[in-house]
Ligand binder design. Structure first.
Ligand SMILES: [Cu+2]
Length: 478
């Protein structure tokens, strides 16, 4: 049953008296998810959005490594549903409706699922425009070796009172998108001579793109962390000692910079995959990506904002971690200075704990990302549906090289697999395992994939409006 605002306030007030973390728990393995619309208050106004509620009445699902996702998904949303199990690499192609010709889950019906859960911080979301209306939720499976460290999940969203179809229509007109009529001549791959360059993505974007680099093509009304703005943030009760933050960027068109403020913070996983722990004060997080941060609450306690600031902008959102009785100061919704564009400096410093096994590469896929006038986004010159799927042999090691001559960053997502980032344009390295990699303007990023599961898997930009405007294809694995 959804909490009312009054119940929430009561619960929050009671937290200070409780010695444990009552809002963090584990679901029974036989989970059932209900997708329905719900009311949310944003900026003092009522908004109707969607939600995915687990058996414990909380958003999404929290489980332990070794458990299965077994149970019914009840679609009460009033709309046909295409739900994606993002990061669930143990699910088969047929376990996910987000595949070519996967059909829809009709409203008013229940569907049964049964697949092993993938350890780590993952999530679930609509694969249509309703993702913009918060049709998304965490799908977190706590690793067997995660110990007793308390967990806190932070889900980020960009929010608009406008319906997503209206936003999409606006982007496709010159009025709605100031680059709609830009002449892209001379921006083709041959003009960039990318194959012969040994240059970092950042240098290349500075050189090739000049001042044209662009972000945030949708004007949002608010940015949410666990459904709330910083004007009225989610306050998560913590105690002194370590807390594992599992941060999910569920925003549809916004990349953030994550900051744990004054807390000591170590990055321990990205996209649910362990990396060699690394201390970081500021972490870029593109659409669809996740980061696990181990923070240390000091012995004296206090209140600690965990912030997500929009790239190239001053807007920010976040939650507050607070020990019992801590005074919680207001955090403004606008930061003092704009954040930079997200880039690959962070990724270049990561090392996978479990890299792909060393073996020869069987095939190379070149994937040129493109933009054409009228907000038409393409892969290898074709919008979704215009070209045949890419091909990969079952059991093969394939490298996918993404090249981005456009002026926007594209967070590229492959369904059903965790690839390994192996080259950011600076030479080979033991990069992180991920399922979303950002390809910045002017950037060239290579990932290695073991295509070990048959089926046709989507490959797309996780900017919802780029995906909806063509930047999607699929890989047939057979
Ligand atoms: Cu894109």
């Amino acid at each position: 049953m959804p909490q009312t605002r009054r119940q929430f306030l009561t619960a929050t007030a009671g937290l200070a008296l409780l010695p444990t973390l009552p809002r963090i728990g584990f679901a029974a393995p036989a989970a059932q998810l209900t997708v329905a619309s719900r009311q949310l208050e944003v900026l003092g106004k009522a908004a109707t959005v969607y939600g995915i509620t687990g058996p414990d009445g909380k958003p999404g699902l929290m489980a332990r490594e070794g458990e299965r996702f077994r149970g019914l998904v009840d679609n009460q949303s009033g709309e046909d549903l295409i739900l994606h199990w993002h990061g669930q690499v143990l699910a088969r192609n047929t376990d996910d409706r987000t595949r070519p010709n996967g059909g829809v889950h009709p409203t008013g019906t229940q569907e049964a699922y049964d697949f092993p859960l993938t350890a780590g911080t993952h999530w679930m979301h609509s694969h249509t425009l309703s993702e913009q209306q918060l049709l998304a939720a965490p799908m977190v499976t706590v690793e067997a070796d995660a110990g007793d460290v308390p967990q806190a999940v932070i889900m980020l969203h960009d929010f608009s009172f406008r319906p997503p179809a209206e936003i999409a229509a606006g982007l496709m007109t010159a009025q709605g998108h100031h680059m709609g009529g830009m002449d892209m001549g001379g921006m083709d791959m041959s003009g960039m001579k990318m194959g012969g360059m040994k240059m970092g993505a950042t240098e290349m974007s500075g050189m090739a793109m000049g001042g044209m680099t662009h972000a945030n093509d949708v004007d949002y009304d608010a940015y949410l962390a666990n459904d709330r703005t910083l004007a009225d943030p989610d306050v998560i009760a913590v105690q002194s000692g370590p807390v594992r933050l599992r941060i999910i960027n569920g925003a549809t068109a916004t990349a953030f910079w994550i900051s744990a403020g004054g807390l000591a913070a170590q990055v321990v996983a990205v996209d649910g995959n362990k990396v060699a722990p690394i201390a970081r004060a500021s972490i870029p997080l593109a659409q669809g990506q996740r980061v696990d941060l181990l923070v240390q609450i000091p012995p004296e306690g206090g209140a600690f904002p965990i912030l997500a600031q929009v790239e190239n902008a001053v807007m920010q959102t976040g939650v507050i971690l607070a020990t019992s009785g801590a005074k919680i100061a207001n955090v403004p919704v606008l930061a003092e200075n704009p954040a930079p564009f997200v880039d690959l400096t962070f990724d270049s410093s990561l090392s996978a704990e479990f890299p792909l096994l060393a073996r020869p590469t069987d095939a190379m896929l070149h994937i040129a990302l493109g933009m054409e006038p009228g907000y038409r986004w393409t892969i290898n010159g074709a919008a979704h549906g215009e070209a045949a799927p890419l091909q990969a042999a079952l059991g093969s090691r394939v490298e996918m090289m993404f090249m981005n001559p456009t002026m926007m960053m594209h967070p590229m997502h492959l369904h059903g697999h965790h690839f390994q980032v192996v080259d950011l344009g600076l030479g080979r390295f033991n990069g992180p395992r991920r399922d979303v990699v950002m390809v910045p303007p002017g950037g060239m990023v290579t990932v290695a994939v073991d295509f070990d599961k048959a089926g046709e898997w989507y490959l797309h930009c996780h900017h919802l409006y780029h995906m909806a405007s063509g930047m999607m294809t699929s890989v047939t694995v057979a």
